[in-house]
Write a protein that binds this ligand. Structure first.
Ligand code: GDP
Length: 402
């Protein structure tokens, strides 16, 4: 009897255990494995870009992080893409030498030439330089965006010198106008792009400006200028907000054999900039060019973003240049942008793009006055080698003909 009871108890336990296993097995089949659990992601939103002059919306991005946190980003390491390693990499091009580029590209200034240089010369050649003519000269300068104060100065000086000159041959007038325009632009400013390597590491150049002015294109063209001058360049694609910007920059880099450091889309621009400089140090580059995001051009947003990029890069060493890219065709709007940027970061040089598409070459004078910073490079077309070191003499010669 005892044996029978024992046998029944064992049978119940075994049946119970088997039933338990079957049920849990079924449950497991119904539940998706942990690793495949669906991730709920918010749909991407594309906020309207703020405009200069608007106050920035309160930051909706990541909470503020300390510099140390930025320097050691949690995000995946920025990728380093080397032209030579990339699949089907295009042949490396040899950029044109930079000396004399402005002279080669002088015809691109034809619109400015006609309205400014040639216009002034023909007015000055009139037999009687009466008040009306001087007013026309003033209008010509203002229309070319030279700016009010520089225009008045120039007209004043021209009036005095024309009086002293007495008789005026076309050559006299050309010489006089050339001298005055070169003086107005300033021949003594340091217009070199500081890109020479230091003992501790590469020179760092930040390229800043609002979207659409030609910032990424200019960074790519500048890489070519530097490579043409024998420098080894690393590019940092820190414009992580514009989807195509990193690809665009990488293509520029590949063409001249420069590495591009890039991060995840919409990632932290400062961490890409940091990694780019780190890469530049590791491979002994002469210059690291960092293309920054121009998305937030309201003062507060900019200050947060550009300030952070600069501070983080400075953990490696000093920033040598902050180049502000401005679209010459935007006239006064460009000057407003320039003012906002200058309040946020110490601009050391200006790049004026699209001078080939405007009659307003006088913006060179106005923007330098506005910022007290020299124009260092000018963009004269969409071609790869259409970025020229700015030389006042050659520029004025192109305007008035020599
Ligand atoms: P970003 O948004 O500031 O980075 O602007 P991009 O570099 O993408 O340039 C915007 C457009 O301006 C592109 O179509 C460029 O080819 C064009 N661009 C840039 N520089 C010049 C220039 O000097 N002359 C002309 N005509 N177009 C330019």
């Amino acid at each position: 009897m005892e044996y029978v009871i024992l046998a029944v108890v064992i049978a119940v336990i075994v049946i119970g255990a088997i039933a338990g296993l079957v049920v849990s097995g079924r449950r497991r089949q119904q539940l998706p494995p942990k690793s495949q659990a669906p991730v709920i992601t918010a749909p991407p939103t594309t906020p309207r870009e703020p405009q200069v002059g608007e106050e920035a919306a309160p930051p909706t991005e990541e909470p503020r992080r300390t510099i140390e946190e930025v320097a050691l980003p949690e995000a995946p390491e920025a990728e380093v893409v080397e032209a030579a390693e990339a699949e089907a990499a295009p042949a490396i091009e040899v950029p044109e030498p930079t000396a004399g580029r402005l002279v080669r590209l002088r015809s691109r200034l034809s619109r400015s030439q006609n309205s400014l240089g040639k216009g002034l010369l023909s007015l000055l050649s009139r037999e009687h330089l009466d008040e009306d003519t001087w007013e026309e000269i003033e209008d010509t300068l203002l229309t070319a965006d030279v700016g009010v104060a520089p225009t008045q100065e120039l007209v004043e000086r021209l009036r005095t010198r024309v009086k002293v000159l007495g008789t005026r041959t076309p050559d006299d007038l050309r010489g006089l106008l050339r001298e005055e325009l070169v003086d107005l632009i300033g021949k003594d400013a340091d217009r070199t792009v500081h890109s020479t390597k230091h003992e501790e590491g590469p020179a760092v150049v930040l390229v800043v400006g609002v979207n659409g002015v030609g910032k990424t294109t200019t960074t790519g063209k500048l890489a070519r200028v530097l490579v043409a001058d024998g420098r080894k360049v690393v590019l940092g694609a820190a414009d992580t907000f514009r989807a195509a910007a990193a690809d665009q920059l990488q293509t520029w880099g590949e063409r001249v054999g420069a590495r591009t450091v890039r991060g995840p889309e919409s990632g932290d621009p400062a961490s890409v900039a940091f990694d780019a400089v780190k890469e530049g140090i590791a491979e002994g580059a002469d210059t690291v060019l960092v293309d920054t995001a121009g998305r937030l051009h309201t003062k507060t947003g900019l200050m947060d973003e550009l300030g952070k990029v600069k501070r983080v890069v400075e953990k490696h060493g000093p920033v040598d240049e902050v180049l502000l890219v401005l679209d010459a065709t935007t006239g006064q709007n460009g000057l407003v942008q320039a003012r906002v940027f200058a309040e946020v970061v110490d601009i050391t040089g200006i790049v004026l793009t699209k001078l080939d598409g405007t009659a307003k070459g006088g913006i060179v004078v106005a923007v330098q006055r506005e910022l007290g910073v020299p124009v260092k490079l000018i963009g004269l077309g969409e071609g790869a080698d259409d970025l020229a070191p700015f030389e006042p003499g050659a520029f004025v010669d192109a305007l008035i003909g020599d």
